[in-house]
Design a protein around this ligand. Structure first.
Ligand code: ARG
Length: 268
């Protein structure tokens, strides 16, 4: 074998070895570290919320803990702003994002999604009986109407694409957006209907109203880096198992219907 050919072969071998190790290193690293790092915002009831002691709880926390337990490692929940989650995943600072994330095509160009584990859709909170009858954004898109929304979410995109006459008030979190409604500084808040269902549950007697059914459809999924097929396959199989057993349904009843966790949360 000529020297140049040998060199080439070694080069190709090293190259493919490094591609391989890159492709599989996320799951390997999780196993070596003994820790699954899951990013979530901790401010989106009932997906993830933060207790006074700084610990997080919610549907996404239960899913992260269940997944880590099945892999045989500990879950390390990493709290960060919603808009920083996908960039942190791309930088390899976390292994996955479980944070009520809508699986959009735009996001799917950057990360891989497993799901949906829940179907959401844009809904409305308002104190106005008239706006609570809205079926689409067209019904509320009038000059002088103030609509509030959390920045960086699919709800903001929904407003950007459909609102021409009303004023959009962009808020850093769902909590601050909701406060504008309570304080009478905005007429309508738009957010995913799970968020709205919880707001109504928490603020009963405040005169908050919602619409009958969501205005669109949003599949919610788990985001992982696209480079590790084994991790992608593992999470997909885990989610399928949760769906086929009663566990996912039970978790949804616990976090979306029962509402008893709200009392626990207040006591924390
Ligand atoms: N599902 C929506 C989205 O993906 C809203 C998510 C808001 N999440 C949060 N943790 N506050 O944009």
């Amino acid at each position: 074998m000529s020297k140049i050919y040998t060199t080439l072969l070694i080069f190709i071998f090293t190259l493919s070895a490094s591609i391989n190790s890159n492709a599989q290193d996320i799951l390997t690293k999780i196993l070596e570290r003994g820790e699954l790092r899951v990013g979530m915002s901790g401010d989106q009831p009932p997906f993830s919320m933060t207790a006074n002691d700084g610990s997080m709880f919610g549907l996404d926390v239960d899913m992260a803990n269940g997944l880590a337990e099945n892999i045989g490692v500990k879950a390390k929940l990493v709290r960060m702003k919603f808009k920083d989650l996908i960039p942190a995943l791309e930088k390899g600072e976390i292994d996955m994002v479980i944070s009520g994330v809508t699986m959009t095509i735009e996001r799917n160009k950057r990360v891989a999604f497993i799901g949906p584990y829940l179907i959401s859709g844009n809904s409305v909170v308002t104190k106005s009986e008239e706006y609570a009858k809205a079926e689409s954004l067209g019904d509320v898109d009038k000059a002088g109407v103030k609509i509030t929304v959390m920045q960086g979410t699919t709800s903001e995109e929904f407003l950007n694409a459909n609102i021409e006459n009303a004023t959009i008030l962009r808020s850093p979190t769902n909590k601050t957006a909701l406060k504008l409604i309570s304080d009478g500084k905005a007429d309508i808040m738009v957010a995913g209907y799970p968020t709205i269902a919880v707001a109504l549950l928490e603020q009963q007697g405040e005169g908050l109203l919602t619409i009958e059914k969501p205005m669109d459809y949003e599949p919610i999924g788990i985001a992982v880096a696209p480079s590790d097929p084994l991790l992608l396959n593992l999470v997909s199989n885990y989610l399928n198992a949760l769906r086929r057993s009663d566990i996912l349904d039970l978790l949804k009843v616990k976090w979306f219907e029962e509402g008893s966790w709200i009392l626990d949360a207040e006591a924390k």
